[in-house]
Ligand binder design. Sequence first.
Ligand code: ADP
Ligand code: MG
Length: 391
Amino acid sequence: MFDKKTIRDIDLQGKRVLVRVDFNVPIKNGLVGDDTRIRAALPTLEYLIGHQAILILCSHLGRPDGSPDVKYSLKPVAEHLSQLLSKPVGFADDCIGAITTSKVAALKPGDILVLENTRFHAGETKNDADMARQLAALADIFVNDAFGSAHRAHASTEGVAHFLPAVAGFLMEKEIQYLGDVISAPEKPFVAILGGAKVSDKIGVIRNLSAKADVILIGGGMANTFFKAEGYPVGESLVEDEALDQAREFLKIGKTQIRLPVDVKIADKFAEDAAWKLMPTGPIPNGWMILDIGPETVIAYAKVIKKAKTVIWNGPMGVFEFPEFAKGTFGVAQAIANSQATSIIGGGDSVAAIQQSGLAGKISHISTGGGASLEMLEGLSLPGVTILLDK
Ligand code: ADP
Ligand code: MG
C-alpha cells in the first residue's frame, strides 16, 4: 500500500507549492529532445493549477559541477512546458536567493515559475541543510513528483522535506504503486525477465525478485556469467568472473525458477556489421561472442509470459543497439505486449528498447526512473519517499 500523503490529502488553495519534478531531459541545440518526463508530470501540475495553487517547480538537469553552466539550464524546459500547458510559464535564473524570492512573491494562484537547475549549487548533491532551508522558505508545501531522483537524498529531493509539509505527486504515487505494491503482492503467476549488461549491477534485483517471482527468465550479457557458472566456455562474450560464485548460488537456490536461454546468436565481433550465427546453448567457439538470445528462446520465454498475470522486465535480452541483435529483445517485448498480464518495465536501456519497439502503448507501466526503478526492484525504500508525510 502506498502509505504516504499525496496532493489529494492537503489544502492547496492559494498555497505556494514547491514541486520537485524530474525534468532531467535531453537538450539539443537549446531545445528539449524526448519530453516523456515532462509529460509525466502534467497530471500533478494540472491538478495543482486546477486547485488554485501557486506553482514553483524545481529540478536538476545533467551533471553540472555545482556551479552555473548554461549547457544545463532549465530555461528550454520552461519554454517547452509552456507549450504543453498552453499557458505562460515564468523562469527564475537561480533556484534560491533574492531574485528568486522576489519572483515567487509576485506569483498569483494558478501561476507557474520554473527555477534554474538545483545542481548549479554544490549544496544540492551534498544535501546541504542551508540550501534545503532556502528552498523551503520559498513555499508553504513541498510536493515530490520526481520519482527518477527519489533514490538520492539531495537538498531538493529529501532535505527540503524536513522543513515543509511534504506530500507525493501523482507520478510518484503511480511509480511506487507499480514498482512497490504490485511487485510485493503480485497477481500470480509472476514472471520476472532480467537481462542487461552485467550480473553485478543486478545482484540485489535478482535476490529480491527470486523471493517473489514464480519464474525468472534470464537474457542479455548477464546470461553469459550464468552459462560460465554452469561450466560452458563463453568465447569472447562479456562475462564477469567476479560474479561467478554469486551466479552459482542463484542457480542453486533458484533451480526451478531460473531459466537460461536455450539458444543464442553469436557474432565474430562487437559491431553492427558482425558476422553472426545461431547455435543451441553450449560451448561458444573461440573468437565468437554472444550478442543476443536466439529465436527458440524467444518462443520458450513467450510461452511462460503468456501464462503470467504479472510481468516485470528489466534489462535488454541482447545488444539491441545493433538491429541484428535487437531481435531477442523485441521478440520478448512483443510477447509482453500480447499478454494480458500487468506489465511493468524499468531501467534506462529497457525503457529505450520498448520505445524503439513501438510497443510502449501495450505496457501497463513504463517507469520514468532508471536508477530509482532498480532500487525499487531491489526492495529498497527511497529517501525522497520515506521523508514524505504518512497517511
Ligand atoms: P537497464 O538500463 O535497462 O537497467 P542495463 O544497463 O543493465 O539495462 O543493460 C543494457 C545494456 O546491456 C545495453 O547497452 C545492451 O547493449 C547490453 N547488453 C545486452 N546483452 C548483451 C550481451 N549479450 N553482451 C554485451 N552487452 C549486452
Ligand atoms: Mg542501463
